[in-house]
Design a binder for this molecule. Structure first.
Ligand code: NAP
Length: 490
């Protein structure tokens, strides 16, 4: 990619508030900066939406709801399909934009475009399959009719780490179900959502169905919407800490919520594992997005017979990674999103080392510009190291040996989180036992990446509520209505 294509993409981007099919400046005229984390330079500025903009966006979503709910499912499906084609046609623009504002490599960004677009295609197919049921009541005295209808106007709050996919995973099922929406994109990476809104508008999505309010004041803008009885659904992806606060606020109006929150994924390697596959899986589960994924492997529990060789081979692979600005050829790992995140990663490594851990490879921040941290392997990590209990969100792999299956299960479950677990073994019976005993919403078996738009993504415990993707994803946006009919034969 050359600098000219970056400039022309930035020049062509919408950077306003998007309400009722129109782009506006924030009435205050205020804007905020969007930075490239690989250089620390400002890429562009974006309208800084205010609480007034937030409520105007909800007005638009509420006004569009009845007509959108009454739009035939086939029409909604075809708009989603057109959106899939349009995002795919502009895949290079979306990929470059995500690399610029978030830092991931272009190869990974292209992968996210394919993954993110696939939600539009998957839910275009689901839209036409919303159905209910009809049955006699057991006592024979009545007939039961059960139907589904869209839940109504939604608020989506999304994180910076997957700027496209975290939006499409909510937007696509909402469109399929017949819901309208307001999106509060992440302040660090709002540009991808703004381009996506423009592309969906051009693909035929009616005005008011999808509204976007970028802002640097997330709580001030979303608080009044969450308290407004016209809002019927809050879907949030982000940290457990913010999710808890939003759940407390949502209780005030008994708002339906979906919460995709933090993780602390265990990665279990048993003595019978295919070691090559385990190393490949570890690289994928640890280094995807530079370790900045809720699905990142956070704790590596390896059978003691393999722990040394696993650490040596993983360290060798991780130390060979090429770091740099994601637009450059050959770069595999980009920067962390900002200095605060990089400092947190450094603090977790320092904490582990101060408690006795050994740095097998890496363990340093790289000089600027940009927020780079070396891929790092830690061994001899004591149980009290914070890196084992907190989400690292960076390229650091702490390795801990275990002796038997029950010990591995106990260690894996010793966390308030339960998003995803990874297991490497050739024993199918062990896989079945683990699937019943690990406290997890998702289980990757001999694979370091299992996210799939056709599968239900989500966690248990403090990793969240609800599921995104799969047949389950659309249910989050549907209400069930029961209609009792008197017996027609009585
Ligand atoms: P975050 O700080 O919780 O922010 C997520 C979103 O919430 C952003 O849009 C943010 O706005 C907004 N926000 C922050 N405070 C808010 C408030 N008081 N009221 C309303 N909105 C508020 O999380 P993050 O750092 O962006 O993302 C990393 C976290 O997300 C990690 O814990 C990761 O595991 C989790 N995650 C989970 C999944 C999943 O599917 N389970 C997927 C991806 C990420 P600003 O941008 O303005 O701060």
């Amino acid at each position: 990619m050359n600098a000219a294509s970056e400039v022309s993409l930035l020049d062509s981007l919408p950077t306003g508030v998007f309400i009722a099919g129109k782009w506006h400046d924030a009435p205050t005229g205020q804007r905020f900066d969007v930075e490239d984390p690989a250089t620390g330079k400002v890429l562009t500025t974006v309208a800084n939406g205010s609480p007034v903009d937030g409520l105007a966006a909800l007005d638009a979503a509420a006004a569009a709801q009845t007509a959108w709910a009454g739009t035939p499912a086939r029409t909604r499906a075809e708009i989603l399909r057109a959106g899939f084609e349009a995002v795919t046609a502009r895949a290079e623009d979306f990929a470059l934009l995500m690399t610029m504002e978030m830092g991931k490599s272009l190869t990974e960004a292209r992968g996210e475009v394919a993954y993110g677009a696939e939600f539009l295609r998957w839910f275009s197919e689901e839209a036409a399959h919303i159905s209910g049921r009809y049955s006699p009541s057991p006592d024979g005295n009545s007939r039961l009719l059960v139907t589904k209808r869209p839940v109504g106007p939604c608020l989506f709050i999304t994180p910076w780490n997957f700027p496209l996919a975290m939006a499409t995973r909510k937007v696509a099922p909402a469109i399929a179900a017949g819901c309208t929406m307001v999106i509060k994109p992440p302040a660090l990476t709002p540009l991808t959502t703004l381009l996506f809104a423009q592309v969906m508008h051009e693909a035929g999505l009616p005005a008011g169905v999808l509204n976007v309010v970028p802002t640097s004041s997330a709580g001030a803008v979303t608080g009044p919407l969450i308290a407004d009885p016209r809002l019927r659904k809050l879907s949030f992806t982000g940290s457990t800490e913010v999710g808890v606060r939003l759940l407390q606020a949502a209780a005030g109006t008994v708002l339906r919520t979906s919460m995709e929150l933090g993780g602390n994924a265990p990665f279990l390697v048993f003595a019978d594992a295919d070691l090559d596959a385990a190393i490949e899986g570890a690289i994928a589960a640890k280094l995807r997005n530079g370790g900045q994924a809720c699905t990142s492997a956070n704790r590596f529990y390896v059978h003691h017979s393999l722990a040394d060789v696993f650490a040596k081979r993983l360290a060798s692979r991780m130390s060979e990674m090429t770091l740099g600005r994601g637009t450059e050829a050959g770069v595999q790992i980009g920067p962390l999103i900002d200095e605060h995140s990089r400092q947190k990663v450094a603090d977790l490594v320092d904490d582990a080392v101060s408690k006795g851990a050994r740095v097998f490879t890496g363990g340093r921040m790289l000089p600027g510009p940009g927020y780079f941290y070396e891929p790092t392997v830690l061994t001899d990590v004591p149980a009290e190291a914070r890196a084992l209990s907190e989400e690292i969100f960076g390229p650091v792999a702490p390795i801990v040996p275990f002796h038997d299956e029950q010990e591995a299960i106990n260690r894996a479950n010793a966390t308030p989180y339960g998003l995803i677990s990874y297991v490497f073994t050739r024993d199918i019976n062990r896989v079945l036992r683990l699937s019943e005993q690990l406290e997890t919403g998702m289980l990757g078996v001999n694979s370091g990446i299992i996210s799939n738009p056709a599968a239900p993504f989500g966690g248990v415990k403090q990793s969240g509520l609800g599921r995104e993707g799969g047949a389950e994803g659309i249910e989050e946006f549907l209400e069930t209505v029961y209609i009792g009919l008197s017996n027609p034969f009585a």
